[in-house]
Design a protein around this ligand. Structure first.
Ligand SMILES: [Zn+2]
Length: 272
């Protein structure tokens, strides 16, 4: 059964369409466009439409169904997550750092990259949690449910072939959850995930900037987003050296502030 919140967006759609229609009808019936009721109807329609569009684009989406992006807790714990891998040599370097620091993390892998690096994918899965990040990283926000389903299932097959595990977490590429994306992912048994802080690390800022942005944005229960790959690109086109350089500093700073590290499923369990 869908989460009850999965149907709230229909009310917003009704308000949006209703407001716009009422404003249009009043104008057609000869009421002045600038009359208070017409403006109020148009304003309500625009506001509802704006919220609907915004909710398609934010990783903290709530209107179209539940997206987990942080845990409501005062406990000093965070979840580190890495997207777009596996990608040689950055994923191995991250595994080494995480192992050395005794930190467990969550990796949202791209099916295409798993096919290219199955052993690396398996190594990640043997130590950390692996999530599904589609097969080839398309924008799904306006795509049909069939496309969403095919992307999730193809990636799931690739990850299962490489690791023997079937991920239960899904993070949409580029952060945009349309209503059909969440509905389809939930039908397939996935829990949708966003994030509370990211560092624009795909632009390859200096590692100090990556560290500063993550530390500035993380709070108890937070979920950080960094990248161990770049879409479906391989080395040397994909360059995540700055991200890898930042991670040990991020971990040590957080530890010094009393933070612990959980995988996403463990962070989710805190809320139950
Ligand atoms: Zn991605």
């Amino acid at each position: 059964m869908r989460h009850p919140r999965a149907h709230v967006w229909k009310a917003a759609a009704g308000l949006g369409a209703g407001g716009a229609t009422l404003a249009g009808l009043r104008t057609a019936a000869g009421h002045p466009v600038r009359s208070a009721p017409t403006l109020a109807a148009a304003g309500a329609g625009l506001a509802a439409g704006g919220i609907m569009v915004y909710q398609c684009l934010t990783p903290r989406s709530w209107l179209y169904g539940p997206v987990f992006w942080h845990a409501r807790t005062t406990e000093r714990v965070v979840a580190l997550t890495f997207d777009d891998g596996p990608c040689h040599p950055y994923t191995e370097q991250l595994l080494e750092i995480l192992d050395h620091e005794e930190v467990k993390a969550t990796f949202f892998q791209i099916g295409n990259n798993v096919r290219r690096e199955p052993n690396l994918s398996a190594e990640v899965a043997s130590q950390h949690i692996v999530g599904n990040h589609t097969y080839d990283h398309p924008h799904l926000v306006w795509r049909r449910p069939g496309t969403v389903r095919a992307q999730l299932q193809r990636a799931q097959e690739a990850i299962h072939d490489a690791t023997g595990t079937l991920p239960r977490l899904f993070r949409v590429p580029h952060g945009g959850y349309g209503p059909q994306v969440i509905a389809t992912a939930e039908e397939l048994g996935f829990r949708c995930v966003g994030w509370s802080v990211m560092a624009w690390d795909w632009d390859r800022p200096p590692w100090e900037a990556i560290e500063r942005r993550i530390l500035h944005g993380l709070a108890p229960g937070g979920v950080s987003l960094l990248h161990d790959g770049q879409d479906t690109d391989a080395f040397p086109k994909a360059d995540r050296s700055h991200t890898v350089a930042a991670v040990p500093h991020i971990i040590r700073s957080l530890k010094a502030s009393g933070y612990g590290f959980l995988t996403l499923p463990d962070l989710m369990d805190l809320e139950r």
